[in-house]
Structure formats: structure tokens, C-alpha cells
Design a protein around this ligand. Structure first.
Ligand SMILES: [Zn+2]
Length: 304
């Protein structure tokens, strides 16, 4: 019998609405290889694709692999690995973790995609091991949610809802939210909401900021509304968790420094009215999510 090396590699798979990406990482958190394939619809296709892309990053040799971590949209039971309602992929109910485990012969672990990205961003910004202390990751994607990491471990809460700040109904315009409430933060400061409020460009946020800087009245109003909601979101997360680092992630965060500038200006304006808030110095805690690394796949691998 040939001598078998211990399985020290981990695979992370990031399931997205249009693509499925896998990363192979070593015991030091270094990314050895990444692969991506287009996402297809339906329960069977999703499992086939996860197994296929995971197989690609390890050349089909799952004996070298200690675990497969998966980050996915939908309602995730991270204990059982069951996922409900991946709307964009036509999945209503899927035993994702157990099925991937069966097909690969490797233990599988499933997290929601925001949590996986949160942990991945904390690990990449930490240089291979997670940033210490509490790290909050704000995902300004189609929706709005936060992922919370403490010393490299995801905080799920009692029901897995920790960080679901998008549906806190405090936005003064009281827009109806698909969740049924009115005035959810997500109705104003998510990627989809900004696209709705500022439909003249795609992506909307960089154009909105540019036009507001030129003092176009409508742009100034819309940006003001969006940035106030972002400011509220940051304060809610910061004052409940007191994170040392607040990472801005999701599609909207690809706006980059211009977004950080307008958020910083909003927080400084609030600090000028409140000594307590000034003492927190929240702008100094803001970081952009790394764009050049597959943080969702890395986080999924590390969480497994
Ligand atoms: Zn809502």
C-alpha cells in the first residue's frame, strides 16, 4: 500500500448567482489555486457544479483534502448543511452539506455567503489568519447584511440571524420592504436599492457620488438619503458589537475610496454633534474588502 500524506488542504466554494468559484488553501491560509465555472439552475445542477469545481482545484484528489466549505445564498442551517430558497438558482430545498460530503468523501460545511465573505475578508486583511477581536463585515450587495467574526470564529447567534441588520426598520422614508416591513435599512442602502433610487447609471453608486460632487440637486438628495442609512447601519453594528475593524464589502463597496470618503464625511458630521460618537472614531475602523482575492471561497474554506 502506498504511503498516504495527511490531508492538510482545504477547499472553499463560493456559490453565486452567476458563477461558482472554488479555492484550494493550505494550512497557512494561502490560496494555492482557484477555479470558477458558470452557475446553473436546479438542485441537482448546483450539487454537480460544487463537486465539479471542487474537483478541479484539487485535480480530483480529495484524499489530500481535509474539508470542503461552501458559502451560499439562501437560508442556511450551518449545523445540518441544509439550504432553503436560493432564489437566483431555482433551489427551494437542498441537503447541500450531506450531498457534497457523499459525493466527495470529505466532510462538508455550509455557511451563508455573507458570513463566508466576512470571515474570508478578515483572514485576507489579517494576512492569512483572521484579524483579532471583533470584526464586522457589511455586505452592501443585492441586500444588506452584516457578518460578524470574533477572533476568527463566525458569530451566528441563537438562530443564525446575527448580523441581519438590513431588516431593521428605521429608515425615515418608510419604503415597503419585500420582507413585509416598512423602512428597512435595506430599502435604501443596498446595491439593489441604490440602483432603484438612481437608475441612470450602472453601477449606480460611483455615478451618484460623481454627480453629487458636481452639486446636481437630485444626486445630492439621493446620496444624502443613502449615506445617512449607511451611517445608521454602521452605528447600529458598531455600537452593539464595538468591532475593531468594519469592513465594507459587497458589490456597492467596489466603488472604493469615493464611497469611503462620503461615509467618512457623514460619520464626521455626526461626531461633530456628539462627543460620545467622536470618542469611538468609527472612520478609523473602516476598511474596504479586498477585491483581488476570492474572499467568499477563502472564508468558506476557513469556516469548515
Ligand atoms: Zn425588510
Amino acid at each position: 500500500m502506498s504511503e498516504q500524506k495527511p490531508a492538510t488542504l482545504r477547499i472553499g466554494v463560493d456559490v453565486g448567482g452567476t458563477k461558482i468559484e472554488a479555492a484550494l488553501i493550505d494550512e497557512l491560509g494561502r490560496v494555492l489555486r482557484t477555479e470558477r465555472i458558470p452557475a446553473r439552475h436546479g438542485e441537482e445542477a448546483v450539487i454537480d457544479d460544487i463537486v465539479a469545481v471542487a474537483g478541479q482545484v484539487c485535480d480530483g484528489d480529495f484524499n489530500r483534502v481535509a474539508s470542503v466549505g461552501i458559502g451560499t445564498p439562501g437560508q442556511v442551517d450551518y449545523v445540518s448543511g441544509h439550504v432553503d430558497n436560493i432564489v437566483n438558482l431555482g433551489v427551494t430545498s437542498l441537503d447541500m452539506g450531506p450531498l457534497v460530503e457523499q459525493r466527495t468523501g470529505v466532510p462538508a460545511h455550509v455557511e451563508n455567503d455573507v458570513n463566508a465573505a466576512a470571515l474570508g475578508a478578515a483572514v485576507v486583511l489579517g494576512g492569512g489568519t483572521s484579524l483579532p477581536g471583533v470584526v464586522a463585515f457589511l455586505n452592501f450587495g443585492t441586500g444588506l447584511a452584516a457578518g460578524l467574526v470574533q477572533d476568527g470564529v463566525l458569530m451566528h447567534g441563537a438562530s443564525g440571524a446575527a448580523g441581519e441588520v438590513g431588516h431593521i426598520p428605521v429608515e425615515p422614508h418608510r419604503f415597503k420592504c419585500p420582507c413585509g416591513q416598512y423602512g428597512c435599512l435595506e430599502t435604501v442602502c443596498s446595491g439593489a436599492s441604490v440602483a432603484r433610487l438612481w437608475p441612470s447609471a450602472n453601477p449606480a453608486m460611483p455615478d451618484l457620488i460623481r454627480r453629487a460632487k458636481k452639486r446636481e440637486a437630485k444626486a445630492v438628495d439621493v446620496l444624502d438619503m443613502v449615506v445617512r442609512a449607511i451611517g445608521d447601519t454602521i452605528q447600529i453594528v458598531a455600537q452593539s458589537m464595538d468591532p475593531s475593524v468594519i469592513i465594507l464589502g459587497g458589490g456597492m463597496a467596489k466603488t472604493g475610496d469615493p464611497l469611503v470618503e462620503v461615509i467618512t464625511a457623514e460619520l464626521r458630521r455626526r461626531e461633530s454633534q456628539c462627543r460620545f460618537l467622536a470618542s469611538l472614531d468609527l472612520p478609523s475602523r473602516l476598511r474596504l474588502a479586498p477585491l483581488n482575492q476570492p474572499v467568499g471561497a477563502i472564508g468558506a474554506a476557513v469556516a469548515a
